[in-house]
Design a protein around this ligand. Structure first.
Ligand SMILES: [Zn+2]
Length: 311
């Protein structure tokens, strides 16, 4: 009985506690003198380990806790896309947008970013702005064939676990970061609020991909996590071409791509298999690095023997 109560509590409490606790801890560490990158990585890695433990204590699908030869791919992919690439990406994006940022600042006589606001309000503004660009970046990655070639790597996962939030082709990662950071960088957002934003993004990213039987309740009104993102990984295109928000679901509701059968028209509909339709899509890191450059791999069916060249 005691165990059941704890289980129930964790199902409902893990997401809200992480959502508030993660940016709060990053803020506290930075204010007490820890450098921004160390504070951010320390808290995010601890959060990931907590999610990993919870996957074994209260899995959504037992079968998703069985590896499918995908761990090394996920680890390499995440290390490249989320540890090595950001070292270069952020300065490159800031430099690329520097002209626009300076022009905007000159036009209004100073930075547009409301640094004088309480940091919590700045964080909410950052979430709304980050998702505004990223929603369209993600949607275009599904609707423009050239972008889909790179984004298909992320959708190649055949099971969801917290770490494959980071499975991304470097080109896809660069595109997503650019669209996400476009408005915040143009408006001059910087420093501690960006680190806190990264913390919230990690909470949402892990909650989207984790194999934990979480309950969200009213949080589904605002956040694109858990069930909503699982549908986004469905093998059926008509189901997966929805729920594009990075952290929030508000733009999907606004632009007609909100999809949540359990709460909408068909509560009996169940999530089937996830991943890509093409069974010959490469499964190792190098194969997936090359996959976008091979015609037909991202389509529903294998089209030629080319698909076998990269296996
Ligand atoms: Zn997607």
């Amino acid at each position: 009985m005691k165990k059941n109560r704890l289980h129930w509590f964790m199902q409902w409490a893990l997401f809200p506690l992480a959502l508030v606790g993660t940016p709060w801890m990053i803020h506290t560490f930075i204010m007490s003198g820890v450098s921004v990158p160390i504070a951010t990585y320390l808290v995010v890695v601890s959060l990931g380990l907590l999610f990993w433990l919870a996957e074994y204590l209260m899995p959504f699908r037992e079968s998703w806790n069985q590896t499918k030869g995908d761990v090394s791919n996920d680890i390499i992919s995440g290390t490249v896309a989320y540890i090595i690439l950001p070292i270069f990406l952020k300065p490159l994006i800031v430099a690329a947008l520097a002209g626009g940022t300076a022009w905007l600042a000159l036009t209004v006589g100073g930075s547009l970013w409301p640094n004088h606001w309480p940091v919590g309000f700045q964080l909410v503004l950052l979430l709304l702005l980050g998702d505004a660009g990223r929603y369209w970046g993600h949607r275009l990655a599904h609707e423009v064939p050239l972008l889909w070639r790179f984004h298909a790597v992320h959708h190649s996962a055949e099971r969801l676990w917290w770490w494959n939030a980071t499975r991304q082709h470097p080109v896809d990662k660069a595109w997503f970061t650019l669209t996400e950071m476009l408005f915040p960088v143009l408006l001059g957002a910087e420093g501690i609020v960006l680190a806190m934003y990264l913390g919230v993004t990690a909470v949402c990213g892990f909650s989207q991909h984790c194999n934990i039987d979480l309950k969200l309740g009213k949080f589904y009104w605002f956040f694109n996590v858990v069930d909503l993102h699982r549908w986004h990984h469905s093998k059926k295109i008509e189901e997966s071409n929805n729920n594009y928000g990075n952290n929030l679901i508000v733009y999907d509701r606004l632009f007609g791509t909100y999809f949540h059968p359990e709460r909408q028209h068909d509560p009996s509909r169940e999530l089937g298999e996830i991943g890509l339709l093409n069974p010959y899509y490469p499964k190792n890191y190098l194969g997936q690095l090359r996959a976008p450059f091979i015609t037909g791999l991202d389509k529903e069916q294998p089209t030629s023997t080319e698909t076998e060249e990269v296996m």
